[in-house]
Design a protein around this ligand. Sequence first.
Ligand code: SF4
Length: 299
Amino acid sequence: MNLMEVTEIQATSILTPQKVGSLAGHYDYSLNPYAGCAFRCSYCYVPKFPSKRHDDFRQWGKWVEVKVNAPDLIRKQRAQVFGSSIFFSSATDPYQYLELKYRLTRQCLKELLNYRPAKLTMHTRSHLILQDLELLKQFGDKLSVGVSFTTDDEQIRRDFEPGAPSIARRLQVLRSLKDAGVRTHASLSPLLPCNPERLAALLKPVVNSIWIDSMRNLEINNRKDLLDKHAQFFEPSSYARVQEWLFNEITNRPHTHKSAAKKSNYDVAARLHQTQTTQEQGGKSADENQQLRLLLTNV
Ligand code: SF4
């Protein structure tokens, strides 16, 4: 059984300025109503920034802090909200299951609506977002929603993201959002072992854009055994080929390396059936993976 430590806290601030990092230049603030995350993704980058109370990345996924005064803080910081661009959330999932009890994300959204941000991007792995759909639609064309969609293989999803909702749930989220006229993107971040053709076929009909990233932050990865097991998938050159193929396929761009894509698909399928790789191979590939690039686009 996974025991979770849940603490209610009074935060001092709720809008975090984005001056450095991948959101800088795209967003003014990030907004995280919770600290910590029960979805327990083994590759999560957040433990890279330890807090005084939680400085051991191996405990990631075993604690959540609930910022119970988050809606009050939005009211207090409302001057910053007007006309700003906000990423909700960058360091937690705003629709993890504790949201059913606290409804903090919902309360924050209600406050934000009053103070009219120019851009609001919600980011989640959870179907609970659909419970706020009517509220979200009130943001109109200011809103976009990103759903993390890292593989088409449910066993891979369970291994790497043990506490998070299933692939089927996430697909339903994307479909429902699209049907509701909400702009969506899928975040393949990081891309996990998959069947690229099947993954592309799932996503193409339901997203407006995609974001592909590589497996990074290996020093704080909680499941190095999985990286070793799938070392050949993460081998830099073929990993990059699969990323490029998916990017071109989902965004309807021409395939520059048709044969390479075909080979990648074959290789990936074969790799998923591979049972073991050596520790040494895994370590080498994993380090090199940090060099892989970020692909970000709108279609
Ligand atoms: S859902 Fe996001 S914040 Fe939560 S563990 Fe996974 S990657 Fe980290």
